[in-house]
Design a binder for this molecule. Structure first.
Ligand code: PDD
Length: 285
């Protein structure tokens, strides 16, 4: 597997970082996950914009211009066989003696990228939907930053795995829907799609934006506003979105069926719109 590290494309087993890297020591860095379809990075400029937002959020200068990122991303894609790839991009504050404060003078950031085949969600998940659990959102107040320090997300996601479920849906103060441990969440009630607002409590998902764009394009009633836990529990349908999972129906929550317990009509519409959109925008057919 060829990866990118600090200016070089090299086999993963030859890519090494220092034990003093602040990403390793403090989780001091940010990342992006970019889906690649037909060898084209999907929504690259939006991912680069969010990357800039994350870098600004941790006061780390962007080591590359968008044009340079585009070139690096395309070169990494060209080193891999799969037409569809899962591209991971990661920047840390670099290598310095251990001290919480930023290195002064600043040191060179560590820039790492890997790519692996992107597999679509299994048919069974598309047909039957996924089961989720709910939990209190106990993360920090800058969840809009795509930070590599993911321990809360790791623990919250593992709660779902331990319960035999796919994802954990998070509620602030046990009351307000934010997102999933690694995904965004939508609620459907009486034919309207509801999404929580993009604020400091959730990651501004690239797929989340596409879902809302598709809803607008196809005249699907939709509203962005705070959503209570009671509304989630009374939903007709629940939908999960992320770059790697695309759009999945949530058919069980905390052991109970969501709506009639099957993927719903609105999920079906959005899923089809998304696949068509991907084909039209991305596929080199
Ligand atoms: N996660 N919220 C969180 C906390 C996430 O980690 C993700 C994505 C999303 C969805 O964002 P997007 O649509 O841009 O993928 C929302 C990625 C896939 C990951 O960490 O692997």
């Amino acid at each position: 597997m060829i990866v990118y590290l600090n200016g070089l494309f090299l086999p993963a087993e030859q890519a090494h970082i220092s034990v003093l890297d602040r990403g390793f020591i403090f989780g001091d860095g940010v990342y992006e996950v970019i889906p690649v379809y037909s060898r084209i990075a999907f929504r690259l400029s939006e991912h680069l914009k969010r990357l800039q937002h994350s870098l600004d959020g941790i006061k780390l200068p962007n080591p590359h211009s968008d044009a340079e990122w585009t070139q690096l991303v395309n070169e990494l894609i060209s080193h891999h066989d799969s037409a569809d790839q899962y591209l991971y991009l990661h920047i840390t504050r670099g290598v310095a003696e251990r001290d919480h404060a930023f290195p002064d003078p600043p040191v060179a950031p560590t820039v790492f990228m890997l790519s692996k085949p992107l597999l679509p969600p299994a048919n069974d998940l598309l047909k039957n939907g996924i089961a989720c659990i709910s939990a209190t959102d106990n993360r920090w107040l800058r969840c809009d930053i795509k930070a590599i320090s993911l321990l809360p997300n790791v623990l919250l996601r593992q709660m779902a795995v331990d319960a035999g479920c796919a994802e954990t849906i998070l509620f602030r103060e046990d009351q307000w829907l934010t997102e999933g441990a690694a995904s965004n969440i939508f609620v459907i009630k009486d034919g309207t799609l509801y999404a929580p607002p993009k604020d400091n409590l959730m990651l501004p998902g690239i797929t989340y934006d596409i879902v809302l764009e598709l809803a607008a394009l196809h005249d699907l009633p939709h509203q962005v506003r705070r959503i209570s836990k009671a509304e989630v529990l009374a939903a007709d349908e629940l939908i999960l979105s992320s770059s790697t999972k695309e759009i999945l129906a949530i058919t069980r929550l905390d052991g109970l069926p969501v709506g009639n317990g099957k993927p719903g009509v609105v999920h079906g519409r959005l899923y089809d719109y998304y696949q068509n959109f991907k084909r039209e925008v991305m596929r080199a057919l």
